[in-house]
Write a protein that binds this ligand. Structure first.
Ligand SMILES: Cc1ncc(COP(=O)(O)O)c(C=O)c1O
Length: 355
């Protein structure tokens, strides 16, 4: 450094840089820390994507405005293309929406919730109002959340199913929130693992002020390609798109999105198996004396007996099983992604040894 003071915005300087610290550990046997799909995109779809990609001109930008992907998403969810915003993962779309609606203002969060929201708020220079979740199931504190969200200039961002706690908000609460807040941002990254009635898309349209975020990273096993989207009234879509740089979805992600969305039966079958495994693993953990919050996602929020989450995580890692220690957000808790049946068995076996 030259001794010159480089101006860094205070909220960015205060952020802790996201860092994955390499740890001393045996080779991983089960990676259950990122809520990724234990399945991959099947061979025939990979082949289809690769051959379509090979036929493209790689030296050209993708088609402006990603009309083919928007149409594929709209067809898959029964909406109109003009209601869709696409981005480089849903994280990018959430950042855009927070910047547009809450930038320089106030973002209301029900904590613990997805840790990236804190970073997004800092980038968008939004102040965060935390409304802590309550009770053993970490349910959203509805009245307090409604009161905070009804303040002038406040914008609520709700995650349902919530990462890391796994639960959902009820439709009735969402309707009250839509009445009280000027705009509601609703992250449904994990909704494919929930029940049909948890899908909030029917509220987009009748209510002009709802923005729902979705991703292909979880149920569609496409996390490596980075594609997510929002569904909202076309008027809001136009505003959100102003905050997304052109061509943020590349040719490869476009082709993969179109291919996986045209085979919904594959992700449906993956989801069915993950949900069945979720219930099996939750029951086994409860039998072992752990507290497990009810989950409608592809992960479990677990309090091991003794509640020493850091020790249990380390013990699991020593046996090649990687899970998340959520102590910073919720003391004593781990977040465990649902893996393949074999990975889940390895996890359960190691868990019983460690506790
Ligand atoms: C709640 C939630 N929202 C959004 C995302 C971001 O997903 P992506 O950017 O891969 O679409 C994640 C990723 O883990 C998540 O847990």
């Amino acid at each position: 450094m030259t001794g010159r003071t480089v101006p860094v915005r205070e909220e960015i300087r205060a952020l802790e840089a996201y860092r994955l610290v390499p740890e001393d550990a045996p080779p991983l046997r089960a990676k259950l820390d990122f809520n990724e799909s234990p399945f991959d995109v099947p061979e025939e779809i990979r082949a289809e994507v690769l051959s379509r990609l090979a036929a493209k001109r790689w030296g050209r930008y993708p088609e402006f405005g990603a009309p083919c992907v928007k149409r594929a998403i709209a067809d898959a969810i029964g909406r109109r293309p003009e209601e869709i915003v696409v981005g480089n993962g849903s994280g990018e779309v959430i950042l855009a929406a927070v910047s547009v609606f809450a930038g320089g203002g106030e973002l209301v969060l029900a904590t613990p919730t997805f840790s990236l929201y804190g970073q997004i708020a800092a980038i968008a220079a939004a102040r965060v109002t935390d409304v802590p979740r309550t009770g053993s199931d970490f349910a959203l504190a509805e009245d307090a959340f409604l009161a905070a969200s009804g303040q002038p200039g406040a914008v609520p961002l709700v995650c349902s199913p919530n990462n890391p706690t796994g639960g959902v908000v009820e439709r009735e609460f969402l309707e009250r929130l839509l009445d009280d807040a000027c705009v509601v941002l609703l992250d449904q990254a994990y909704v494919d693992f929930a029940e049909a009635g948890d899908d909030a898309l029917p509220l987009v349209g009748p209510r002009g002020n709802l923005v729902v975020f979705r991703t292909l990273s979880k149920a569609y096993a496409a996390a490596g390609f980075r594609i997510g989207y929002a569904v909202a009234e076309p008027e809001l879509v136009l505003e959100i798109e102003k905050a997304i740089l052109p061509f943020s979805v590349d040719l490869a992600a476009e082709e993969l999105a179109i291919a996986v969305l045209s085979h919904p039966e594959i992700s449906r079958e993956h989801v069915r198996r993950i949900v069945a495994e979720r219930e099996r693993v939750a029951a086994a953990l409860r039998t072992a004396g752990a507290t497990v919050a009810p989950s409608r996602s592809n992960f479990l929020f677990v309090r091991p007996p003794g509640a020493d989450a850091a020790r249990v995580r380390r013990g699991l890692l020593d046996r090649g099983i990687l899970v998340r220690d959520m102590t910073a957000a919720a003391p004593g808790r781990l977040r465990v992604s649902i893996g393949s049946r074999a990975e889940n068995d390895l996890f359960l076996e190691a868990f019983l040894e460690v506790i």
